[in-house]
Design a protein around this ligand. Structure first.
Ligand code: ZN
Ligand code: FE
Length: 243
């Protein structure tokens, strides 16, 4: 019991999520990305957790903007993509994808998921049955292709959808309802999608996050995960960009 990982999620900025992972046994606390320093600090101090690690998913400012302040205050270690030098402020533990490190006694698998950016990585923690997927996959959507190709994103989504069905996927933004409108134009008669949307609308109406989603629901409902080829994914992504 005491060796269980606790994950908390809280809104930051206009539509980002802050996420903390706490390992009670080792006392380690991780912030996934650093969208908003004050919110992250408050979430830690409310629980009397000491922020010891930051795991960055990619270099965009809404994901790394709080790195230096938090590092200065807490002496936090910063894990993140090392593939493009100088992009991650305060980076102390560069990662290159397809490696494993430990949080306390728990394995953390790093996977490179280019597409949204070339440096994008995600963190899969089997003991928490959770993956922290940044801006690669969103509930019912995927990140815009700013740097990578449709082939990159297709392969990256395949990595995520190959995790066990019950795996929780923590995305970095609350985009679900707007993604839902687009998803319905791709698969208007997908009943799983319709049910998913009813649930998501209810959550939002109650002021609750739709994140985390799961591998299972995304395989059933997310048009980008369901795309049968990189070419098809590219078509859907282009249509979404102008939706
Ligand atoms: Zn981004
Ligand atoms: Fe973002």
């Amino acid at each position: 019991m005491s060796n269980e990982l606790e994950v908390v999620l809280f809104p930051c900025l206009s539509d980002n999520y802050g996420i903390l992972i706490h390992d009670n046994a080792s006392g380690e606390t991780v912030s996934i990305d650093t969208p908003e320093v004050d919110k992250i600090e408050a979430a830690c101090s409310e629980r009397k957790w000491n922020l010891t690690q930051i795991w960055n998913t990619h270099h965009h400012a809404d994901h790394t903007g709080g790195n230096l302040d938090l590092k200065k205050k807490f002496g936090t270690k910063i894990y993140g993509p090392g593939i493009v030098k100088g992009r991650i402020p305060g980076l102390s533990n560069p990662l290159f994808g397809e490696e494993t490190f430990k949080l306390g006694t728990h394995d953390v698998h790093v996977l490179s998921t280019p597409g949204h950016t070339l440096d994008h990585i995600i963190y899969y923690v089997p003991d928490a049955m959770s993956a922290f997927v940044g801006d690669t996959l969103f509930a019912l959507g995927c990140g815009r292709l700013f740097e990578g190709s449709k082939e990159d994103m297709y392969n990256s989504l395949k990595k995520i959808s190959s995790f066990p069905d019950e795996t929780k996927l923590y995305c970095a933004h609350e985009y679900t309802l707007s993604n839902a409108e687009f998803a319905l134009t791709v698969e208007p008669s997908n009943n799983d999608l319709k049910k998913y949307i009813i649930k998501a609308k209810k959550l939002r109406a109650d002021g609750l996050p739709t994140v985390p989603t799961t591998v299972d629901s995304e395989k059933k409902c997310n048009p980008f995960v369901r795309a049968v080829s990189a070419t098809r994914l590219g078509e859907i992504r282009a249509a979404k960009d102008i939706f």
